[in-house]
Ligand binder design. Structure first.
Ligand SMILES: *Cc1c(COP(=O)(O)O)cnc(C)c1O
Length: 492
């Protein structure tokens, strides 16, 4: 399987090159040259596999320069770090409605599904392409990627990792998780700005020849653990396939029945993996893209215009507070019939004018499986409360956005999997507030009160956070990211 850049199809790389590079030199994202198919018979056979074997099987269709045994080794290691029996349980909550819990990993957010695995893929890919420089992983995070990447890459040979987060744009728990990160190859830094500022600054570094030369002098090559990296996306395809297999195994559906997925979205990476699963042949009816108050994706799916000239809101679902959804570029590539010049021109419009517009009729026709919807802060609060009252199920602030959008979409005839992206205990103040009307300032206190109120257990990885040592307190101006990167490696 070969990979091409969304902005220049003539740039062709292997899967290991795509993973090591992260981003194409033309600024485009790597995508598979075609979509491998998964047959009904294979889906059927997957019922007897453990989750880690299912992932290895799906990966083997995309990562042709890895053997199945290599992949099985990595997935076994990655998913053994999850707590509980099943890395991603599918919970039936109501008629035709299921919740796919993707937060049983070491940091309690869905990013763990990929970021426990990516370091294994990265180390192996470096060997395969003969890389001798150290790999410097640069991450911009809206809260969850940072911690999950730090956990994944800490003390991994040949890799160093630097994470930038918006200092006032993540939850207290997310901040505490990152500031207390252990490991000898990690650096964490807050910036005065929002996630888009952090992401843009990191992208500028990726395209800056001077800084890249400076890094190489010091023996470093850049790579990315953000969802622009193919190695982040491909493990995510697996849980869409696997939840279909779970529904088959429990006789909830028959082979070939189509199901919906409703996904809380920000950077569009999670739901895009669902689209790829569909293109592989998994029977999917609708992919419902749920946004918070930052509804740029909702507007795109209802008009064809992607416009970031708008106010940026800080919400209680910070991991979705994003205006520039990087992975949409990969969908644009597919729905434009893989027109690289066109994608490059749209991305240029976005950079220079802050918006692009595509033919709405064409969008409807070529992305007919997508629906978009959004949830206000108030609706999200109400949803957490009502869902708990009605189904005795505790939602986090991101999953609640998806549930709200799904309830408005209201087509209960088709079985729907709501993708749950974080433990409610990552956002204890807001969740507790939604249930009781009381806002508890201190996140640790709120955690305890939430546990007492609901009886839902605090996940293992979030227990005892308050007693860990804060190692990283730096906060810098957003135009100082470059200096911070150079300083961090020189201080090694
Ligand atoms: C990252 C994240 C999202 C958004 O996922 P994308 O792939 O960026 O669309 C949603 N919820 C949580 C909890 C997240 O951490």
């Amino acid at each position: 399987m070969q990979y091409v850049s969304t902005r220049q199809k003539s740039t062709i790389v292997t899967s290991s090159e795509a993973i090591v590079k992260g981003l194409s030199v033309d600024g485009g994202l790597f995508v598979p040259n075609d979509f491998p198919q998964i047959t009904g018979q294979e889906l059927s056979q997957m019922q007897d596999m453990e989750y880690s074997e299912r992932v290895a099987f799906v990966l083997s269709k995309f990562l042709s320069d890895f053997t199945i045994d290599e992949l099985k080794d990595y997935t076994a290691k990655a998913y053994s770090r999850f707590y509980g029996d099943d890395p991603c349980p599918l919970v039936a909550v109501a008629d035709n409605t299921y919740i796919l819990e993707l937060w049983h990993g070491p940091t309690c957010a869905f990013k763990d599904m990929a970021l426990t695995l990516l370091p294994h893929l990265m180390v192996a890919s470096r060997k395969k392409v003969g890389e001798t420089n150290k790999t410097l992983i640069l991450v911009a995070t809206s809260g969850d990627t940072g911690k999950a990447a730090l956990e994944g890459f800490k003390d991994v040979d040949g890799c160093e990792i630097i994470v930038f987060y918006p200092s006032e744009g993540v939850s207290d728990m997310q901040k505490l998780q990152m500031q207390t990160q252990e490991g000898n190859n990690v650096y964490v830094c807050g910036i005065k700005g929002n996630f888009d500022d952090a992401q843009s600054a990191v992208k500028v570094i990726f395209n800056d020849d001077n800084i890249k030369a400076e890094l190489e002098k010091n023996g470093y090559k850049l790579s990315s653990a953000n969802s622009i990296n193919w190695g982040r996306l491909v493990p995510q395809i697996a849980y869409y396939v696997s939840s279909y297999v779970d529904l088959l195994a429990s006789d909830e559906i028959k082979m070939g029945d189509k199901i919906n997925f409703c996904v809380p979205s920000g950077n569009f990476g999670n739901i895009l993996a669902g689209y790829y699963a569909m293109r592989m042949g998994v029977p999917i009816n609708k992919l419902i893209c749920a946004s918070n108050k930052n509804r740029v994706l909702t507007d795109f799916f209802s008009s064809g215009k992607y416009d970031i000239n708008r106010e940026f809101y800080k919400t209680m679902s910070p991991s979705m507070d994003i205006l520039i959804s990087s992975n949409l570029e990969r969908l644009l590539f597919e729905i434009s019939g893989r027109d690289d010049k066109y994608v490059a021109s749209l991305m240029n419009d976005l950079k220079t004018k802050g918006f692009y517009e595509i033919d709405f009729a064409k969008l409807k026709e070529n992305a007919s499986n997508f629906e978009g919807g959004c949830s206000s802060e108030e609706m999200t609060m109400d949803t957490i409360e009502n869902f708990y009252d009605e189904y005795d199920y505790l939602l986090d602030t991101h999953t609640a956005v998806a549930v709200n959008v799904y309830q408005k979409y209201n087509n209960y005839n088709t079985k729907t999997v709501i993708v749950s992206t974080a433990s409610p205990y990552k956002f204890p103040q807001d969740v507790y507030n939604a249930l009781t009307g009381e806002f508890v300032e201190d996140s640790i206190k709120a955690t305890e009160m939430l546990e007492e109120y609901t009886g839902v257990e605090i996940p293992e990885p979030l227990q005892g956070l308050q007693s860990r040592v804060v190692r990283f307190k730096d906060v810098i101006e957003k135009d100082k990211i470059k200096d911070a990167v150079l300083n961090a490696i020189k201080n090694k």
